[in-house]
Design a binder for this molecule. Structure first.
Ligand code: TPP
Length: 364
């Protein structure tokens, strides 16, 4: 080894590639930065939104178990990451969610009824309220990063200051589309927020078996964009980081990769059994860092956690969810022929054949 190479390698070794975890509220509910302004009213509203999302999620699992909706992808544990991020967007911005991001879409304005319709396999479950740019959940992993880059680039070309957020999981960062998206976003300075919820698993594959990188945030380094690693169970920290990334993107200073470190308590979807691939006791340990519990601890320490108020909110949310279920179940059954629409303007020959065969079967 030449001297110059060994001193170069020494220098490399000393380079700091660590991406520390940003936190505003500690797991015990105390403030991480005493001098910072913690907006208690905002945090109380985040708490209620997180409660609403959790109750929705548990209801959806029950509906699936009763055969009233199809397979469902639970998000319990990830509420803070989704609600903190979606709260920093403005109307007109673009949201590209996955199948697990309903806390984000409902925060941004999707109706609960529509989300239930989606899980019943209905095309109208993909349609957002007028004026809200929420795309249908992406089931193919990481494809939505490219869509978000394209949409946000188009906004820039039109001279608008709208931004796009792409949600994805840790597993998605091993896909080619992730790297293509970051490269394009970096090269064209697009106003895109790449928002990764690192819940430590891609179905049954734990993150350490999937990548050798110490963090996901560090993957931004190769594309010369900022990578920020934030505690995804701390709704305030996620919100602050998102506010920063959104403002930066709006003023034309390009994309950011955010890694929100979190945990999914439940199954990947209601179709798998997590006891087959992970020790369930680990969930119990993780509960001590739970996003709702943490915020409750914080609000109690601030003296603003009013039991009666939370009980009333719980009751109102339960009614809202029940009404959404009732409306969704009263809706007319969809036409199964719908499944042949909306993908191709002109059906491919094999799909045309399948469609004819299908029609013959349903009418015979
Ligand atoms: C392109 C593609 N490959 C494989 C799959 C099968 N698949 C569905 S979910 C999943 C794991 C995704 O894990 P992650 O990105 O961490 O997101 P999470 O489900 O944890 O939210 C895989 C591999 C898919 N849907 N799309």
């Amino acid at each position: 080894m030449t001297t110059s190479l060994s001193s170069y390698l020494d220098q490399l070794e000393r380079m700091d590639h660590d991406y520390p975890l940003l936190r505003m509220i500690q797991p015990d509910g105390s403030k991480a930065f005493a001098e910072d302004d913690y907006d208690v009213t905002l945090l109380l509203s985040f708490y209620k939104q997180m409660l609403r999302a959790r109750m929705f999620d548990r209801k959806a699992i029950n509906l699936q178990r009763q055969g009233r909706i199809g397979t469902y992808a639970p998000f319990e544990g990830q509420e803070a990451a989704q609600i903190g991020s979606a709260s920093a967007l403005q109307q007109g911005d673009w949201m590209f969610p996955t199948y697990r991001d309903h806390a984000a879409t409902m925060t941004y304005g999707h109706s609960l009824e529509t989300i239930f319709r989606y899980w019943k396999g209905r095309i109208d479950g993909c349609v957002p309220p007028a004026g809200l740019n929420i795309l249908p959940p992406s089931v193919p992993i990481a494809t939505q990063l490219l869509h978000a880059v394209g949409a946000s680039w188009a906004e820039r070309l039109k001279g608008q200051d709208r931004v796009a957020i792409a949600y994805f999981g840790d597993g998605a960062t091993s896909e080619g589309d992730f790297h293509e998206g970051l490269n394009f976003g970096s090269a064209f300075n697009t106003p895109t927020i790449f928002f990764c919820q690192n819940n430590h698993f891609a179905i049954s594959v734990p993150i350490h078996k999937q990548m050798k990188s110490r963090t996901i945030a560090q993957k931004a380094f190769a594309y010369d964009i900022e990578g920020i690693r934030v505690d995804g169970n701390d709704v305030l920290a996620v919100y602050k980081v998102m506010e920063y990334a959104v403002e930066k993107a709006r003023r034309g200073d390009g994309p950011t990769l955010i890694e929100a470190v979190t945990w999914r308590y439940g199954a990947h979807t209601t179709a798998d059994d997590p006891t087959k691939y992970r020790d369930q006791s680990i969930n119990e340990e993780r509960r001590d860092e739970d996003c709702l519990l943490r915020l409750e601890r914080f609000l109690r320490q601030e003296g603003v956690f009013d039991e009666q108020q939370i009980e009333d909110a719980t009751h109102e949310i339960a009614m809202e969810i029940d009404e959404a279920v009732e409306r969704f179940e009263r809706a007319e059954e969809p036409n199964p022929n719908d499944m042949f629409d909306h993908v191709f303007e002109d059906l491919t020959p094999s799909l045309r054949e399948q469609h004819q065969q299908f029609q013959k079967e349903v009418t015979s």
